[in-house]
Design a protein around this ligand. Structure first.
Ligand code: UGA
Length: 436
């Protein structure tokens, strides 16, 4: 089966490469010429473990190709995926659908065979209806069905998530759409991955409901962590204690500095806008967004407290280990590190940082922070060390060396990767999240 993937960003490229690996003939389309040129040279536009190898082997096998020419790319494709960005619209937080609608229009004008048009981009409820209208208005004489098929890929684990999904959600309104999608996902069907067929609006909402629920789970445990600190309890044990209840589940109960990334912040906001538009408040999600926003700066204040309070911190030095919103990505979008660095520099603290992948993107976002070439350069002479992102590289720091080169022995572990007793025995003034 031929599949066209319009948009060769994170979602489009991972999905395209994985579909090709299943044996489909995939063309990835993007109007950014330099991105396509680089892909032809084997250079990935994003950092995602395993993606370069997957692309290389499927290009070599002749199943994966790249083009800027949409009309040529979608020719003979049975399924045309729209996987372009839907950023938060400046000013009001609605998902910006300009790119999705532009692609729909171009697809309608260029279509040369019957096809299913699939929205993979995260789009608000009702977007599929509008895509259908745009395609109808384009005057195409070919049979078209518009389907919603949201993605549930985590950055850093996207290929595994695509190939071994918990479930595949397909929102279709007719048999043509359902039959083509069954064929697209046949390799996973045979693996017994559950495929959920629902109507299109339900599918669109499932995506937002899933991300909002996960964001809620994280925010809930973060607030429990704050309470643990006050009452002398241990949040990791609380997570274990509640997570063993199958109705709650153990995942996404790691307390930390607040969620970031390209999905949860944007999607929770967009869900609030949909709720407003339909006059159906989602107050829990409203609270989650507010609590998470204030948490990021509060984490900066936690580091300031460890330095003796905002009044005593001026002129002191802090080392930030990790800047990206989570490990195994170079993504800095809405990363707590941005607010933490800002809170520290606002208080006159000198900040040095190290991140294995994120520094190039982070540097312009935090111009006052000195970027270092390894963790120890950042730690050198620091009064306090803060672990902001749980990269594996920080899990086994040479603690003797840290004590030798740092000025103070303060460590603020915002990801709970060290054991409090071990750290105190090792001579650190150690604080973490939700543990005393
Ligand atoms: C998220 C979802 O997990 C995916 O299922 C979804 O497809 C994706 O958004 C999307 O909509 O495209 P992602 O943003 O890559 O994936 O990252 P997550 O692994 O979900 O982490 C998000 C944030 O939550 C990170 O800042 C992470 O540090 C934080 N987090 C996660 C916690 O603080 N605690 C946890 O227990 C889990």
């Amino acid at each position: 089966m031929k599949i066209a993937m319009v948009g060769s960003g994170y979602v489009g490229l991972v999905s395209g490469a994985c579909f090709a690996d299943f044996g489909h003939d995939v063309v990835c389309i993007d109007k950014d010429q330099s991105k396509i040129d680089r892909l032809h040279e084997g250079v990935m536009p994003i950092y995602e473990p395993g993606l370069d190898k997957l692309v290389e082997s499927n290009v070599a096998a002749g199943r994966l190709s790249f083009t800027t020419d949409l009309a040529e790319g979608i020719k003979d494709a049975s399924a045309i995926f729209i996987a372009v960005g839907t950023p938060s619209r400046r000013g009001d937080g609605h998902a910006d659908l300009t790119f999705v609608y532009q692609v729909a229009k171009e697809v309608g004008e260029s279509l040369s065979n019957d096809a299913v048009v699939v929205t993979k981009s995260t789009v608000p409820v009702g977007t599929g209806d509008e895509v259908e209208r745009i395609l109808a208005d384009s005057g195409t004489s070919h049979k078209v069905s518009v389907v919603s098929n949201p993605e549930f890929l985590r950055e850093g684990a996207a290929i595994g998530d695509f190939k071994r999904p918990d479930r595949i959600v397909i929102g279709a309104e007719d048999d043509f759409g359902r039959d083509v999608m069954r064929e697209v996902y046949r390799p996973l069907f045979l693996n017994e991955s559950p495929i959920l067929f629902v109507n299109r609006r339900t599918s669109e909402l499932i995506k937002y409901a899933a991300n909002a629920f996960l964001a809620t789970k994280i925010t809930f445990i973060n607030e429990m962590a704050d309470l643990c600190e006050r009452v002398g309890a241990n949040v990791q044990d609380v997570s274990r204690g509640i997570g063993m209840d199958n109705r709650i589940g153990s995942k996404f109960l790691h307390a930390g500095p607040g969620y970031g990334g390209s999905c949860f912040p944007k999607d929770t906001l967009a869900l609030l806008k949909t709720s407003e538009d339909y006059d159906s408040p989602t107050r829990i999600v409203e609270a989650v967004v507010k609590v998470n926003d204030t948490r990021k700066r509060a984490m900066g204040r936690k580091v300031l407290d460890a330095l003796g309070g905002a009044d005593n911190a001026r002129g002191k030095k802090a080392a930030l280990l990790g800047l990206t919103f989570k490990p195994n990505t170079d993504d800095m979008r809405d990363s707590p590190a941005i607010a933490i660095a800002q809170t520290l520099t606002d208080a006159g603290v000198e900040v040095a940082a190290y991140d294995p992948e994120g520094m190039e993107i982070a540097a312009p976002l935090m111009p006052e922070v000195k970027m270092c070439s390894d963790p120890y350069e950042a730690i050198n002479d620091a009064d306090a060390v803060a672990i902001v992102t749980e990269w594996d590289a920080f899990r086994a720091l040479d603690l003797n060396r840290v004590k030798e080169i740092a000025k103070g022995h303060i460590m603020v572990d915002l990801r709970n990767i060290y054991n409090p007793d071990d750290m105190r025995d090792a001579g650190f003034e150690y604080s973490s999240i939700g543990r005393v």
